[in-house]
Write a protein that binds this ligand. Structure first.
Ligand code: ZN
Ligand code: ZN
Length: 159
């Protein structure tokens, strides 16, 4: 392992340990009292209890002082589903306000299907057609293989 990697791992361990300290726990508890609702859901006007503080900027992991400076490091109070969404580029669907969808889309898959029923049906049909084609090709190549195998064993037994 390179010295850089070791340094990164040690730093991560130190930050994990810092998260367990009373200092950090008290600060994040206080932040959650001030920001009681998950900010991911709040964008759509829905109140879901926040349970932890998310750090959206990588630089806030550099030192414990930056990490705990919630007022200036862009800290976000989030629910656990909201936290997952933060780390996977998702947001609450602005249409149904129920499902998660990619942050760059304007609605989730279900809402899109509801808004474009004809296109959605066509896509299902195309996908099924593709599946049928693939299965047919698989069956054919398996049959071909068996035939070759039978020929080979026929040749061998003929000797
Ligand atoms: Zn996070
Ligand atoms: Zn939706």
């Amino acid at each position: 392992m390179s010295p850089d990697n070791i340094r990164i791992i040690n730093h991560k361990k130190a930050m994990d340990a810092f998260r367990q300290t009373k200092e950090y726990r008290d600060a994040s508890d206080a932040w959650l009292v001030e920001h009681p609702f998950c900010e991911m859901w709040l964008r759509e006007g829905i109140q879901v209890k926040s349970v932890l503080v998310h750090h959206p900027y990588k630089w806030s992991y550099l030192t414990t002082a930056l990490y705990i400076d919630f007022k200036n490091n862009g800290a976000m109070a989030v629910s656990s589903a909201g936290h997952f969404a933060c780390h996977h580029g998702l947001k609450v669907c602005p249409v149904c306000k129920k499902n998660w969808c990619p942050a760059e889309r304007d609605m989730c898959k279900l809402c899109w299907e509801r808004a474009n029923p004809e296109l959605a049906e066509k896509l299902v049909f195309i996908r099924e057609q593709m599946k049928r084609d693939i299965n047919k090709r698989r069956r054919e190549s398996r049959a071909e293989f068996k035939k070759k195998l039978a020929q080979k064993s026929g040749e061998n037994s003929g000797k």
